[in-house]
Ligand binder design. Structure first.
Ligand code: BES
Ligand code: MN
Ligand code: ZN
Length: 488
């Protein structure tokens, strides 16, 4: 499993710069006094850095952007990367600068002269996140990664600030690995085993198998998985770092592969449905982070792990299933399976844990991508307070999130002739009718948000903090929400 790069924090050693191998990154802002490290490098390179920073090209850079000086005379380093970063940079700009370093980092060593910059820890965090690579299945020579160090004037203090961030980075990496993993590797059993392994970190992990799920009456979830050779499972992860209070619950859709079932999807792009466990992946990543940083909060993570396959035993369009809640559902389209899985896991979470609130995550609908593209997760909620707290956390972490409407009027579309409801409400407002469906399995007194991450879990191009592929969207935001709301 790819782990975040270990980053060493040490005091700057200006005399060693001339013989520093690999890459050196240094901070600069045209109208601000250069740091001691910058001045030293500038002298060694006979003013090359000053000329670069005074150039029109550098002037056009935005905070967090970078410029490379290759093979500079006077240095042993192969490159000096000048990061445009004002002294009063905000968190996002500092992470962006770090990401530029992480993207360029390769086999050679990288030294970042962050010196006295107040956002040094954010630089390290951005660096770690962007240096992610999913190369588990690449044979041949693995790309080696050189060591990374950050030269800072107060190494102990920066290391202290960076420690909880490293826990978040590890959670994000865990999520990305799960989402990037192909479905022949990440089966329901393999997924559950990876979660069970987190017991080592002090999480309590339980795996509920099919016979137990049947006893509990989870007919909606079991119907989705009945055409697969992989057994359906619900995994419960508890982190009890708080007092005796009821936990906050995170619930994830974990469809390890979504063919659509008998309502089969077209071949083109179907391979992307390896990411249909993205919601469960985020829940797992957050739980990992909470355990790693020993969060002072009670949080329970529940994931429904199933595979949606066409088969002689698969569920048919027109089948009627009974949910754990007791409501019956006419399955009009077997490709609207995520809501069937979530219906039972949401209900189970409330019955067993009486949570103070809950958030579910799911790559639920193509319709949310039509509505919001890949920049924002769709946020649906029955509670303004929780929803606003979530949106503020997302904003603070720079993760796109946009609230979508809900309302009884949409319920009309879910009426069934033969059962209590249908599992689809037609094309119009498809992301909203999906949310309305979920809301039927949420007790009105429980503050709840549904996050439709179909557009944000996986990207076809690089983003600021991730190479193309799984983003880990939501781990940072949920960790912050928990910190701000329960650990204050
Ligand atoms: N997993 C898909 C949604 C999805 C689409 C996720 C694209 C990521 C990228 C979900 O199970 C699904 O198939 N939804 C259908 C619902 C429809 C049948 C009502 C959809 O969005 O087309
Ligand atoms: Mn589907
Ligand atoms: Zn799906």
């Amino acid at each position: 499993m790819p782990q975040p790069l270990p980053i060493q924090f040490l005091a700057p050693d200006l005399d060693a710069l001339a013989t520093q191998p690999g890459r050196i990154a240094v901070l600069a802002e045209p109208d601000q006094t250069p740091s001691a490290g910058f001045r030293k490098l500038d002298r060694l390179t006979k003013g090359a850095l000053t000329r670069a920073v005074a150039s029109t090209a550098f002037g056009k850079l935005k905070p967090g952007d970078a410029m490379d000086l290759a093979w500079p005379t006077g240095l042993q380093a192969e490159a000096v990367q000048i990061l445009r970063l004002p002294k009063r940079a905000d968190q996002q700009q500092a992470r962006k600068a770090g990401a530029a370093v992480g993207k360029a980092h390769g086999a050679a060593a990288t030294l970042v002269l962050a010196e006295g910059h107040p956002r040094a820890a954010d630089i390290a965090f951005g660096l770690a996140l962007r240096a992610y690579a999913f190369d588990t299945h690449k044979t041949g020579e693995k790309k080696p990664r050189g060591p990374v160090s950050l030269a800072v004037t107060n190494p102990e203090a920066v290391a202290r600030t960076a420690a909880p961030m490293a826990a978040v980075a590890e959670g994000v990496f865990f999520t990305r690995d799960l989402v990037n993993e192909p479905a022949n590797v990440l089966t329901t059993s393999d997924f559950a085993a990876r979660l069970a392994a987190m017991q080592e970190l002090g999480l309590q992990v339980e795996i509920l198998e099919e016979d137990e799920l049947r006893r509990l009456g989870m007919g909606a979830l079991l119907g989705v998985g009945q055409g697969s050779e992989s057994p359906s499972k619900v995994v419960v992860m508890q982190w009890n770092g708080g007092g005796g209070e009821a936990p906050f619950a995170l619930i994830g859709k974990g469809v390890v592969f979504d063919t659509g079932g008998i309502s089969i999807k077209p071949a083109g792009g179907m391979e992307d449905m390896t990411m249909d466990m993205g919601g469960a992946g985020v829940v797992a990543g957050v739980m990992r982070t909470l355990a790693l940083r020993k969060a002072k909060a009670n949080v329970v993570g529940l994931v429904g792990l199933v595979e949606n396959m066409p088969d002689g035993k698969a569920q048919r369009p027109g089948d009627v299933v009974k949910s754990m809640k007791g409501d019956t559902i006419e399955v009009i389209n077997t490709d609207a399976e995520g809501r069937l899985v979530l219906a039972d896991v949401l209900w189970y979470a409330q019955e067993r844990f009486k949570p103070v609130g809950m958030i579910n995550l799911a790559t639920l609908t193509g319709a949310i991508i039509i509505a919001l593209g890949h920049e924002n997760t769709g946020v649906f909620s029955n509670n303004d307070d929780l929803c606003n707290a979530f949106l503020s956390a997302a904003k603070a972490e720079g993760e796109g999130a946009w609230r979508m409407p809900m309302g009884e009027a949409y319920d009309e579309k879910l009426k069934s002739r033969v059962a209590d409801m249908m599992n689809v409400g037609g094309r119009d407002g498809g992301a909203i009718t999906a949310a309305q469906f979920l809301a039927r399995f949420v007790k009105p007194e429980v503050p709840w948000c549904h996050l439709d991450i179909a557009g944000t879990a996986l990207l076809k191009s690089d983003s600021m903090l991730a190479p193309k592929g799984a983003t880990g969207w939501g781990v940072m935001t949920l960790d912050r929400l928990i910190r701000d709301r329960f650990e204050g």
